[in-house]
Write a new protein. Structure first.
Length: 360
């Protein structure tokens, strides 16, 4: 059987992880953090050598669809699947799977977030090719990143018995998915050598993921079946608007992968980072004098070290500081210690409680 490979880019998101630059109307994937291309455009760029534009689908919200189409005009407009409201990754993946099943009963889909950083793109594509081979055998495949430190901000995957070597990469059965750990547990995971970071990238046959959704999430499966009946008809848009808000708000990890019996993991090293905080840019980008990273502005620094300065065009001057994150936007100035950068979300939550939506 000849399998047809597709990529599905998940480009939703509410825009809080890199606040105050990232907002609900302008989430991380739409930002230029690493150069002249946005995170979404960089994701498309690294996929094009492996997937033709017509084989790339994008799932996004209605508030972002027009801008993303503009950023990637090579992808057919009909390949942008627009959610009326955000319903998490399981429904988004189910929606893409329905559309792919209409195109090809022998479709395999690689599900990839729109906002990850990958340094070695050629090796990333080689890992994807290997994962497609494993997926052909019916496994739900995830890419596990070899941990370089005991991170508490990522979930972990515990590997079991080996399945063999595919395209030069070892694949293993998944023994268990582990939630984000506390520091002591993270240290045990890394020391064991059996755990990898969960990258949130998945590869599987369309028929297999729909089977697993039907078994693990029957309510979602029922909604998808009703929606599938309307695809390609004049009533498709109305059915999507009616059914989508009723879909369960659940992630594919929690809803399906943690229960799946035929899950596999390929261990990968290609310079991955999900840029989950401002401090991550200090790990990714080349630092200048005194270990500082300066973006979007002119910086005058004396006795300033280990800091990120993201500006809005005006001069940022610092004196006698170390290990800070400074983000200057049109309406908000953020200053925090780099060790607290993951907690920026707490500020966003406080703004929500206070109803200050103009800053969200």
């Amino acid at each position: 059987m000849a399998w047809e490979s597709y990529a599905v880019i998940l480009a939703g998101g509410s825009g809080t992880r890199l606040w105050p630059l990232s907002r609900q109307s302008r989430p991380k994937q739409m930002l230029r953090l690493l150069g002249e291309r946005t995170m979404f455009q960089l994701t498309v760029d690294r996929l094009l050598p492996l997937f033709r534009p017509k084989r790339i689908l994008v799932v996004t919200g209605h508030e972002h669809a027009e801008e993303l189409r503009r950023q990637a005009p090579e992808i057919p407009a009909d390949n942008f699947l627009v959610e009326p409201v955000g319903r998490n990754t399981a429904p988004a993946i189910g929606l893409a799977a329905l559309h792919l099943r209409r195109r090809s009963p022998q479709a395999i889909m690689a599900v990839l977030p729109a906002d990850h950083y990958i340094r070695d793109e050629a090796r990333f594509r080689a890992v994807l090719r290997a994962a497609l081979q494993v997926a052909e055998r019916g496994f739900l495949v995830t890419l596990g990143i070899r941990p370089t430190y005991p991170a508490t901000g990522f979930g972990y995957i515990e590997r079991g018995e080996p399945l063999g070597r595919f395209g030069g990469f070892m694949a293993y059965r998944v023994l268990a998915f582990r939630e984000k750990p506390d520091p002591a547990t993270a240290e045990r995971f890394v020391a064991s050598g059996r755990h990898a970071w969960n990258s949130g990238m998945f590869i599987w046959r369309v028929d297999r993921i729909l089977e697993e959704i039907a078994q693990a999430l029957p309510d979602l499966a029922a909604g998808l079946r009703e929606l599938e009946a309307a695809l390609g008809t004049p009533g498709e848009a109305a059915a999507l608007r009616r059914l989508w808000p009723q879909m369960p708000n659940i992630s594919i990890d929690y809803g399906v992968m943690e229960k799946a019996q035929e899950a596999a993991v390929i261990l990968a090293e290609f310079g991955w980072n999900d840029i989950g905080s401002w401090a991550a840019l200090l790990d990714i980008l080349a630092a200048g004098d005194q270990g500082n990273v300066v973006l979007g502005t002119e910086h005058l620094g004396l006795d300033t070290a280990g800091s990120l300065i993201f500006g809005n065009g005006r001069l940022v001057a610092t004196l006698g500081i170390q290990d800070l994150v400074i983000v200057d936007t049109e309406d908000v100035l953020l200053i925090c210690h780099r060790d607290r950068a993951q907690d920026v979300r707490l500020l966003v939550e406080q703004l929500k409680r206070e109803g200050r939506h103009e800053y969200l």
